[in-house]
Design a protein around this ligand. Structure first.
Ligand code: GDP
Length: 364
């Protein structure tokens, strides 16, 4: 039987004449690379930000987030020059457990805010961002409507470093956003621990998103978080869930009345709404406006911001001292040695700590 595939013309390894290498697949790539590489002077950054140029603002935020010392130097100068133009916004912190509906709600709140000709920046502090690389919170794909609005700026959580470091970067980003004309700032965080304190220390109003559950939802939240809240909102008050949400509302109201009145003099409110169906959105935002008017009148607004500035001064000092200490090679070696001595009970913890601190203080 004849096998036509054995014919020479069907044999596999054949070298064909190739074509010359193309200079580039995408003729616009080089322009793009040049564009990406463009770095601005401090004055160019500041001018761009003050003109509301989003691309320059984004690049400046990237500098803030960078751990490279040369980027930090420029970032700090830009921040300092933008500071006089900052402060003119209402800053709202939003927290809630995963699934509480933060992104759905921020999308809805944001669209409501933009109707008033405001400019909104959505920033985030994600305590798990070292693992998720900051992609979970403040993610554009989670806020579909807002993401395409020209007056909205959405930025995911900075990913590198300690919670304190990440929070400081978000606070610095607020300064740049305000200088760029954003008059509403939302800082989102996951309600799982420490990060609420960080967000609380940089916002004017702290909003806690809750879900109606089985009736004992109060047991799950830490007292500290409830005490921080200026407003509690129960999401997903729609369909068959409305009754449950109303019940949860009265539980939270009762619980809040057991706390002493906050320093602001404002009795925190509890509302129900549905982020998904857009029910009660304006009421939530009216509450925030009412609060802002209230604390501006009694001067607490200014007082809180001053206290926050003081807090961040000390936070920054603490953070810098710590990183300077732990990154010092002599200290690193001595710490290792002392740790061994403590573990083998040859030295007490206090003597070891003082020994290392003495070395550090003598050096500086
Ligand atoms: P996040 O993890 O807190 O950001 O929560 P998401 O916004 O991603 O919402 C979690 C889930 O709850 C999603 O499946 C949403 O569609 C749903 N969801 C959010 N808001 C509402 C609401 O108001 N009503 C109802 N029924 N579902 C909602």
């Amino acid at each position: 039987m004849e096998h036509i595939e054995n014919d020479n013309q069907f044999q596999g390894l054949r070298v064909n004449k190739g074509i010359g290498e193309q200079p580039t697949v995408n003729p616009y790539l080089n322009n793009f690379k040049r564009f990406k590489r463009k770095s601005y002077t401090v004055t160019e950054y500041v001018d761009g930000i003050l003109k509301g140029n989003i691309s320059i603002l984004s690049q400046a935020v990237t500098l803030i987030e960078s751990s490279k010392p040369e980027h930090q130097i420029i970032a700090q100068q830009v921040i300092e020059k933008c500071l006089p133009y900052s402060g003119n916004s209402v800053r709202v912190g939003i927290t809630g457990v995963p699934g509480a509906g933060k992104s759905t709600s921020i999308d809805a709140f944001g669209m409501h805010i933009l109707k008033d000709n405001c400019k909104l920046a959505v920033l985030a502090i994600d305590p798990s961002s070292e693992v998720t690389k900051g992609s979970i919170l403040g993610d554009k794909t989670r806020m579909e409507q807002l993401a395409v609005q020209k007056n909205a700026f959405i930025r995911p959580s900075p990913s590198a470093g300690s919670l304190g470091g990440v929070a400081r970067k978000t606070r610095e980003t607020i300064v740049l956003c305000e200088a760029a004309g954003f008059d509403r700032i939302i800082v989102e965080t996951v309600g799982v621990g420490q990060s609420e304190t960080a967000v609380h220390s940089m916002v004017d109003f702290f909003l806690l998103i809750q879900l109606a559950g089985t009736g004992d939802e109060l047991q799950g939240i830490k007292r500290g978080i409830m005490e921080m809240a200026d407003g509690i909102v129960i999401n997903k008050a729609d369909g068959s869930n409305i009754e449950k949400a109303k019940l949860a509302q009265s539980h939270f109201k009762n619980a809040l009345h057991l706390f002493p009145l906050p320093e602001s003099g404002w009795q925190p409110k509890v509302l129900t709404y549905s982020g998904y169906y857009g029910i009660g959105i304006s009421e939530v935002w009216d509450m925030i406006d009412e609060y802002v008017a209230f604390v501006k009148k009694n001067e607490y607004f200014r007082h809180r911001r001053n206290e926050q500035s003081k807090f961040w001064m000390y936070e920054t000092i603490n953070e810098k001292l710590k990183s300077n200490f732990y990154n010092n090679p002599t200290i690193q070696a001595e710490l290792k040695d002392c740790e061994q001595q403590v573990l083998s009970s040859r030295m007490s913890s206090f003597i070891a700590a003082n020994k290392v601190l003495d070395t550090y203080l003598k050096q500086s």
